[in-house]
Write a protein of this length. Structure first.
Length: 461
């Protein structure tokens, strides 16, 4: 314990010296020094930011916060009440206008709060000019934002124009008006802040010439899109087929490309220039849908059966309300040709409906009717077949039969007995051949050479 005490005393000496220094400095402070520091604090408070009192700035922020709170109250109670009143009326215009103008109206308390806050600060010089430009910019922003939001509800005024042009063309005009309102609003704000728009437009003109030289495809597609809308080749929602490109439903016609969705729901974007250069088939504008069938019956079908089948199929099509009459569209049910494996009828007619699902139902009913007519005529449908006629059948000549010799029955005989057996077998074969020659009517068929010993298939034993 005695060895640790000196160490503790040695460590406490610096701390004591620091405390003595601080106490001596505090004792040296006088009242004038504290007054000087407080004056410095008041000077910072009064000067604030840009010569504006910090207290006034805090009060101005408080005014702005009060208006923001009022904005929430205004949106929650007053605007909702106005929207409910508009929904009660039968006119849909006030509903769309109330919905479109709700956002700009909600921003009005913010602009008023900024105005009162800057007026309370009583600015002068450059800060006053900045505050004035800010207030004017907010007012311009609200005005042009309101005009921008009113374009869609008031687009019904272009309904008469839509009768002359297409709906896609009207949509282009609406987009162009929105762009024009945006550009004018931006130019007005720039003028408020002292930025000249004329030199900017001149610079953009030179820049536009440079861009035009390198953006020929863009302008080509733009002009092609305008021609598509003017010529009314197709409209949004129609089913088209672009040869060698795509087949599907048109969903939108843009400035550069047209959005087509295929029947497998895959999106395809086709440049407008390509649509103007190739053939486009518009299936949605068909007046009727065609059925073209070739029905083959068997060759065993009689003439009366053929007439009955043709007359009954034609009678079914003429009497059915699903098909177009012969005086309005082509209608044929004729015996057409003799095919390789069938006698063919041609059925050529048109359905009144162009809806794919209804068209398939009409075709299905016609198929049932045709099958019943053919079955009632007691004949059948033909299918590909082939007949083969053979003058001779390979291997049709009778095979010569040679009875086994006596040598096969006496395997234990001597060689002399085998020789005599072979001679007897040769004699028997000669007799058979002579009898066959007489049965064939004495034909000049050559005699078969006598088989040598061992040719009878024996083992030679």
């Amino acid at each position: 314990m005695t060895s640790q005490e000196p160490i503790t005393l040695a460590q406490s000496k610096p701390v004591d010296s620091i405390l003595e220094t601080i106490s001596s400095n505090i004792s040296n402070l006088n009242k004038d020094t504290l007054v000087t520091y407080w004056d410095l604090v008041k000077d910072v408070w009064n000067y604030g930011i840009g010569g504006t009192n910090l207290g006034d700035i805090l009060i101005a922020l408080g005014i702005l916060i009060i208006f923001l709170i009022f904005r929430q109250f205004f949106s929650r109670f007053i605007l909702r009440r106005v929207e409910k009143i508009a929904q009660r009326s039968d006119n849909k215009l006030d509903d769309t206008l109330a919905t479109a103008l709700s956002e700009p109206v909600r921003f009005i308390p913010v602009a008023i709060g900024v105005f009162f806050a800057t007026e309370y600060l009583d600015l002068s010089g450059t800060p006053e000019a900045l505050a004035t430009s800010l207030n004017r910019s907010l007012i311009v922003f609200i005005v042009f934002w309101t005009l921008y939001r009113m374009i869609d509800p008031l687009s019904f005024l272009l309904g008469k124009v839509e009768r002359v042009f297409t709906s896609a063309m009207v949509e282009w005009w609406i987009k162009a008006i929105k762009v024009l309102v945006t550009l004018i609003g931006a130019a007005t704000v720039l003028e408020i802040w002292g930025i000249q728009v004329g030199p900017i437009i001149a610079g953009l003109g030179l820049f536009g010439v440079a861009v035009a030289l390198g953006a020929q495809d863009l302008f080509k597609n733009l002009i092609a899109g305008i021609l598509i809308l003017v010529e009314k080749r197709f409209s949004i929602g129609e089913w088209i087929q672009v040869d060698g490109v795509v087949e599907g439903t048109v969903e939108s016609i843009g400035f550069r490309s047209t959005f087509i969705r295929r029947f497998d729901k895959a999106p395809v974007f086709v440049p407008n220039a390509q649509l103007s250069d190739v053939a486009v088939t518009n299936f949605s504008r068909m007046t009727h849908r065609r059925i073209y069938w070739v029905i083959g019956v068997e060759y065993r079908t009689t003439t009366d059966q053929l007439r009955k089948i043709r007359d009954e199929i034609e009678d079914y099509i003429v009497k059915s309300p699903d098909f177009v009459p012969a005086d309005q569209a082509t209608l044929f049910v004729r015996l057409d040709k003799f095919n390789d494996s069938s006698i063919d009828f041609m059925v050529y007619c048109f359905t009144k409906t162009t809806v794919w699902g209804e068209y398939l139902k009409v075709k299905e009913d016609l198929a049932y009717a045709v099958k019943a007519i053919v079955e009632d005529a007691e004949t059948g449908f033909a299918f590909p077949s082939r007949s083969l006629y053979l003058e001779t059948i390979p291997g049709s000549m009778p095979e010569l039969f040679s009875p086994p010799g006596k040598a096969n029955q006496a395997s234990t005989d001597t060689d002399d007995q085998r020789g005599s057996s072979t001679n007897a077998e040769s004699t028997s074969r000669d007799d058979d051949l002579s009898s066959e020659s007489s049965l064939d009517g004495g034909s000049n068929r050559k005699k078969q050479p006598k088989p040598k010993q061992g040719d009878d298939g024996g083992d030679g034993t």
